[in-house]
Design a protein around this ligand. Sequence first.
Ligand SMILES: CC(C)(COP(=O)(O)OP(=O)(O)OC[C@H]1O[C@@H](n2cnc3c(N)ncnc32)[C@H](O)[C@@H]1OP(=O)(O)O)[C@@H](O)C(=O)NCCC(=O)NCCS
Length: 200
Amino acid sequence: MVKSSSRGRNRVIHTPNALQHDHSKTRPRLRSHVIPDAEVIEDIPQRERISLIPILRKSFEGKYLWHSTKTLKEVDLVRAALVGKTPVGVSMVRMLNERAGYIYYVAVLPKYRNKGIGGRLLDDGLRLVAQKGARDALAVIPEGNISSERLFLSRGFTKKIFADLSAAFGRKNAIMMYRTMFVSWGEAVYMKELDSYAKS
Ligand SMILES: CC(C)(COP(=O)(O)OP(=O)(O)OC[C@H]1O[C@@H](n2cnc3c(N)ncnc32)[C@H](O)[C@@H]1OP(=O)(O)O)[C@@H](O)C(=O)NCCC(=O)NCCS
């Protein structure tokens, strides 16, 4: 992995070798091929975010498509995985408060899934919120979204209930966090401590 600040953007480059990571011990499903070109993860400024809408259209439907498109325009930090110049994955990240980061959305074009891109976008988002001071990261996952649940479990997230957040952040903060995350019926909150990411 190579970090650079080309074009003034915070970018992380994954070489093809870095993509050849053996997951055979961690899951039974078939991993597809190595991506031909180096893959880059970089900040996408407001004016260019429209180019990421096709990824959302192929990844979400109903209220999640509506909300992810709205969030894309508003959220502080949007990161994209690019293969060549083509955006193939997107993540949206923000701080919930001084201590907690929030991974709003991670989405990868269907053709590019199961190659480790979603995981790298998530690692990248966790690193960024850790650098902003977050000690924990949170995510909201709709029940039954297996890919999403597996993605977050693979990075050590665990399911939490309101009482857990209340114990960790205080009741008032937990209520605010639930509101900001827009947690609704049929969705579960997941959380992860960021100790290791803060050092990376
Ligand atoms: C969820 C999503 C982003 C995963 O992207 P991806 O590029 O396929 O994920 P990766 O290949 O990096 O896999 C990351 C981890 O998730 C797990 N995973 C992802 N999809 C999985 C699936 N369908 N079944 C089992 N495990 C899966 C893998 O075990 C992997 O863990 P590992 O590194 O220990 O092997 C992608 O499926 C997607 O865009 N889905 C639609 C949008 C969505 O639901 N987003 C999530 C909520 S915001």
